[in-house]
Design a protein around this ligand. Structure first.
Ligand code: TRP
Length: 79
């Protein structure tokens, strides 16, 4: 059984974020008792980030104008 910190116990859903402005932030929030920012990634206009939910990341917050594609559909942060 995989027990190391890279194990991904099947919350490995990918999302796609496409920045529509300079300086869009993709913020990862920790899984577990504490909900804290653990990483902030800055995207320039038209940059794309493909991200997963992992053992460390239970939520992803997006600041700024972006298109977000998930299995629930595609949405824009300003709509
Ligand atoms: N080290 C982080 C993790 O494994 C990297 C990461 C994954 C991340 N998904 C993210 C960072 C989403 C920010 C947003 O969980």
């Amino acid at each position: 059984m995989e027990t190391n910190s890279n194990a991904n116990n099947n919350h490995g859903e990918y999302i796609v974020i496409k920045a529509k402005d300079h300086g869009v932030q993709v913020i990862g929030l920790t899984r577990g008792q504490d909900t804290k920012f653990h990483h902030t990634e800055k995207l320039d206009k038209n940059e794309i980030m493909i991200a997963q939910f992992t053992n460390h990341t239970s939520a992803i917050k997006i600041r700024g104008k972006a298109i977000v594609m998930t299995k629930y559909g595609t949405m824009e942060t300003d709509q």
